[in-house]
Design a protein around this ligand. Sequence first.
Ligand SMILES: [Zn+2]
Length: 152
Amino acid sequence: MSKIFDIITHPNPKLRKKSLPIEENEIKDKKTQEFCEDMIQTMIKKDGVGLAAPQVGINLRFVIVTTNGEPICMINPQITKRSWARAWDEEGCLSVPGIRGQVQRNKKINCIYIDTEGKRKKIIAQNLDARIIQHEIDHLDGVLFIDKTKKT
Ligand SMILES: [Zn+2]
């Protein structure tokens, strides 16, 4: 049975901490696999399209993102390339309930990460997928989308 985590909300200070990388030897640990599965189930249950570990109070560089409609676990993700082209679109966040806002993001990104089997992966994402990845990786650096919304 998967565990459904409680999601912490702004202004909880854990959302503002910079998260630490997961050690290479911990990645293949069964606990990491279970955490991944619990995070996916939590995201689905809460109707999210992404979830970062700090949102469940764990300051580690671990995110779940939905790409091509499928949830994937990314460990120690890093954006290695960003398109010059950027786009505005509306975002929300499970940790900032009731608020939505326009955020500008790079349209296309390259991202490297480690999967739960310890394999190095690279993904090229665009549009909504790229937006979700950028939003989730921001969480690992203590950044929320409300820091970036268009001020009118
Ligand atoms: Zn968020």
